[in-house]
Design a protein around this ligand. Structure first.
Ligand SMILES: Cc1cc2nc3c(=O)[nH]c(=O)nc-3n(C[C@H](O)[C@H](O)[C@H](O)COP(=O)(O)OP(=O)(O)OC[C@H]3O[C@@H](n4cnc5c(N)ncnc54)[C@H](O)[C@@H]3O)c2cc1C
Length: 430
């Protein structure tokens, strides 16, 4: 098994003859520490994950070996604060590292996002939110339990919140319920499209705490880590989708699952506060697709130069139509990178309206743009390039899934940008 040390410098790694980084550290003003973490992800992606991606996709199999390597490289704890043994990466560093992994294996990057969010949301993001001193102390004690499992034991967390109704889009309270009982909660409900089903050690479930005599409210959302092996947890249904096949996003059922209070990844009320005040928390599904956009472009350039191994050495780069298509792809890629880099750089509590609209626009641009670039790549490279023996057709299928991801689907981004640009908070036409 190959392992990569997260303490290698970006320069060490560049000597291995890797592809250029998606975001050059000098051009994008990343510091050495950021560049080192991102370079570790880039090396692992290109030298290890790329070679395994086709089999995970073909068999719709979870990338278990990749997770072992992510743990060895310290990347399961990328966003875990340093004082808890993690790499202490901020939002921007994580996002760029995830794009580098998405460039080589979409399913690994997307599922890694679900895992990392359990530490990013409970970590740097929660640190930005309001809590009284006692609640913060309690949160600090609890998150240390989760972080120790991740950093020391390689525990993998997932993030099932979709239920098939309006809850995952943020419209209503989650239907999965947590009933307070002595020392913890009893959880009942169902989550669909739960990536890492049957493979995560803990399911980070978003659910509604039931308060006697009160209507279910989004304010009472809890974020609880349910052990996958707990009594009452089951995985049902099959998984044979168009793309992102290695995510194994099956259905989870919870029947009277008891969890103690330490299962809380965020204190009461803090998830709701985060969703209101830290909206970029929902931008974390996009890095995978920035990586896929880069991958489609890289493939096209290599293919037209006759440099893709296993393909006939037919050079087609001299045709003006090919050159124009590559130019269009490069322009689209740079547009995605520019708006996305700006949005991940300004992720913070209480962003301005302009920053929130830009975050929606960045999400839309990455999710729709990755598939537009992959579509152009197939048209430009031609029939021999879309065989299953080459990665382009997988990149195309994986990239199609981005705009479906709630809560910021492409449609919902359009919906919000249009409404929020035309109406101030509280304004109506009545
Ligand atoms: C590969 C993959 C992995 C996934 N992994 C996870 C995971 O780990 N955890 C998780 O929680 N979910 C996950 N999802 C689920 C994803 O976020 C969506 O919830 C899922 O695609 C559900 O689709 P749906 O058709 O049921 O959505 P629906 O809720 O039926 O929505 C269909 C479409 O209608 C639009 N829409 C929805 N609500 C509104 C509204 N209020 N106003 C206007 N338009 C609206 C949206 O554009 C949406 O795409 C995953 C999905 C995929 C494809």
């Amino acid at each position: 098994m190959m392992t990569v040390q997260a303490n290698k410098t970006a320069t060490d790694i560049d000597q291995i003859d890797l592809d250029a980084p998606i975001f050059d550290p000098t051009a994008f003003r990343l510091n050495d520490e950021q560049a080192g973490i991102i370079a570790t992800a880039r090396e692992l992606g290109q030298t290890v994950f790329a070679g395994r991606a086709a089999a995970y996709d073909r068999e719709a199999k979870f990338p278990t070996d990749n997770y072992r390597d992510l743990h060895s490289a310290g990347l399961l704890g990328i966003a875990v604060p340093r004082k808890h043994g993690g790499l202490g990466a901020n939002f921007q560093t994580y996002a760029i590292a995830a794009a580098e992994i998405g460039r080589h294996c979409g399913a690994t990057a997307l599922t890694w996002n679900m895992h990392v969010c359990s530490t990013l949301w409970s970590g740097p993001l929660a640190d930005d939110l309001e809590m009284d001193a006692a609640t913060r102390d309690e949160h600090e004690r609890r998150r240390a339990v989760h972080y120790k499992r991740i950093v020391e034991e390689g525990a993998v967390y997932s993030q099932p919140f979709s239920e098939g109704g309006a809850a995952a889009a943020g419209g209503v309270a989650f239907g999965t319920e947590a009933k307070p009982v002595k020392g913890g909660w009893l959880v009942n409900g169902k989550k669909i499209f739960a990536s890492l089903s049957g493979h995560a050690d803990y399911y980070g479930v978003l659910c509604t705490e039931i308060a006697e005599g009160e209507k279910a409210s989004r304010r009472n959302t809890l974020y609880l880590a349910l052990p996958a092996k707990a009594d009452g947890v089951s995985v049902v249904g099959d998984w044979d989708p168009l793309g992102m096949r290695g995510t194994v996003s099956r259905t989870l059922l919870f029947k009277d699952v008891y969890v103690p209070e330490d299962a809380a990844l965020m204190p009461r009320g803090v998830y709701f506060q985060a969703a209101m005040r830290w909206p970029h928390m929902f931008l974390t599904l996009s890095p995978t697709y920035v990586g896929l956009a880069q991958a489609a472009y890289d493939f096209t350039v290599r293919y037209l130069r006759g440099e893709v191994p296993g393909t006939p050495p037919v050079k087609r780069r001299m045709y003006p139509t090919k050159q124009i298509a590559v130019a269009q792809m490069q322009i689209k890629l740079e547009q995605i990178k520019a708006i996305w880099f700006q949005a991940i750089t300004e992720a913070r509590a209480n962003p301005t309206k302009e920053q929130v609209l830009r975050a929606y626009a960045a999400q839309y641009s990455a999710m729709e743009g990755a598939n537009e670039i992959a579509t152009l790549a197939i048209r430009t490279c031609g029939g021999q390039a879309m065989l299953k023996s080459l990665p382009l057709e997988r990149i195309y299928r994986d990239s199609r899934c981005g705009s479906l991801m709630l809560p910021w689907t492409a449609e919902l981004c359009l919906d919000r940008i249009g409404r929020e640009a035309l109406y101030e908070t509280g304004e109506s036409d009545d």
